[in-house]
Design a binder for this molecule. Structure first.
Ligand SMILES: C[S@@+](CC[C@H](N)C(=O)[O-])C[C@H]1O[C@@H](n2cnc3c(N)ncnc32)[C@H](O)[C@@H]1O
Length: 259
C-alpha cells in the first residue's frame, strides 16, 4: 500500500471512513482524568497520533476549548477530511515513528486504534516519550485480539485473527516496551464489550469491506470464503439471526517522570 499501513489504504478509505460503524468519538476519559490532576493552569498541548479524520480531538474541544491541539497522521486523505471539519486544530502529515516536533512539546498524547498499522511500534513509543513534557501522559487505546477470540469477525474470518495476533503486540509487550523507554506508572485496563449482533444487519456491514481493517488485512479468497459462509448460513437458517458477540478493548497509559 502506498500510505504506511500494509493492512489498509487509508487514502482510498478516507472519504467513507466516518460513515463506518463506531467512528463517532466522545470526550476522551483518559484526557479528563489527566486534566483533573494537572497542576498547571496553562492551556494544555494535546497531540493525537494517527488521528485519522480527527474525530477524537474535535470531541475533546468541548472539555478544553483553550487547548492547543495537533493531529498527526500518515494519510493525506484522512487529514483532508479532518481539515474540512476543523480549522482550529493543526493537522500534520508525518509518520508516527518520526514526529516532526521538538522534545517536550505536549502535555497529553493519545493514539487510538492504530498501533497494528505501524511498522515501527517501538519507534512510535519512543517518539511519544520524546515529545511528551515531563509530567505529561501518553494513552494508547486499541482492540485487544489476545482477549477477543470469540469475536464474530474472527469466527467467520479466521485469517483476520491470525493477522491481528501478528500485528498487535501482546499487552504485556507494550507495557514492557514503554517501561524500557522510561514511562512511569504504566497501567492498563481491559474493557470487555458484550453485545448482541444482528446477523442480517452485520452482513451488510461486512459487505462494505472497507468498514473494518480486519477485512482489508486478509486475502480476497479469505474474505469471500467468510462472506459466502455467512450468506449460506443465513439462507439455510443454520445460524440464529441474533448472536452473542464480544470484543475487548485495551487502554495502556504511562507518564513521563518529572525528573
Ligand atoms: C483505524 S484508523 C484510526 C484513526 C483514528 N485514530 C480513530 O480512532 O478513528 C488508523 C489510522 O492510522 C493511520 N496510520 C497508519 N500508519 C501510520 C503511520 N505509520 N503513521 C501515522 N499514521 C498512520 C492511518 O492512516 C489511519 O488513519
Amino acid at each position: 500500500m502506498a500510505h504506511g499501513s500494509p493492512r489498509a489504504d487509508y487514502d482510498a478509505i478516507a472519504p467513507f471512513y466516518d460513515s463506518g460503524p463506531g467512528r463517532a468519538k466522545a470526550l476522551d476519559p483518559e484526557l479528563l482524568a489527566f486534566l483533573e490532576n494537572r497542576a498547571s493552569s496553562d492551556a494544555p498541548w494535546l497531540l493525537d497520533i494517527a488521528c485519522g479524520t480527527g474525530n477524537q480531538l474535535i470531541a475533546n474541544r468541548a472539555a478544553v476549548p483553550e487547548a492547543n491541539m495537533v493531529g498527526v497522521e500518515r494519510s493525506s486523505g484522512m487529514l483532508r477530511q479532518a481539515w474540512q471539519k476543523s480549522r482550529n486544530i493543526a493537522w500534520v502529515q508525518a509518520d508516527a515513528a518520526a514526529l516532526p516536533f521538538p522534545a517536550a512539546s505536549f502535555d497529553f498524547i493519545s493514539c487510538q486504534f492504530a498501533i497494528h498499522h505501524f511498522q515501527d511500534k517501538a519507534g512510535m513509543l519512543r517518539e511519544a516519550f520524546r515529545v511528551l513534557r515531563p509530567g505529561g501522559r501518553f494513552a494508547l487505546r486499541n482492540l485487544c485480539p489476545q482477549e477477543s477470540s470469540d469475536w464474530l469477525y474472527y469466527e467467520y474470518f479466521p485469517e483476520a485473527q491470525r493477522a491481528d495476533l501478528r500485528d498487535f503486540w501482546p499487552p504485556a509487550a507494550v507495557v514492557a516496551s514503554m517501561e524500557g523507554i522510561g514511562f512511569a506508572t504504566v497501567s492498563m485496563d481491559y474493557e470487555h464489550l458484550h453485545f448482541e449482533q444482528d446477523l442480517p444487519q452485520w452482513i451488510e456491514i461486512v459487505r462494505r469491506r472497507d468498514t473494518c481493517s480486519q477485512l482489508l488485512a486478509i486475502t480476497d479468497t479469505a474474505y469471500e470464503a467468510g462472506l459466502r459462509r455467512l450468506e449460506r448460513e443465513l439462507e439455510q437458517g443454520t445460524t440464529p439471526q441474533r448472536r452473542a458477540d464480544h470484543l475487548c478493548l485495551l487502554t495502556i497509559r504511562g507518564d513521563k517522570p518529572c525528573s
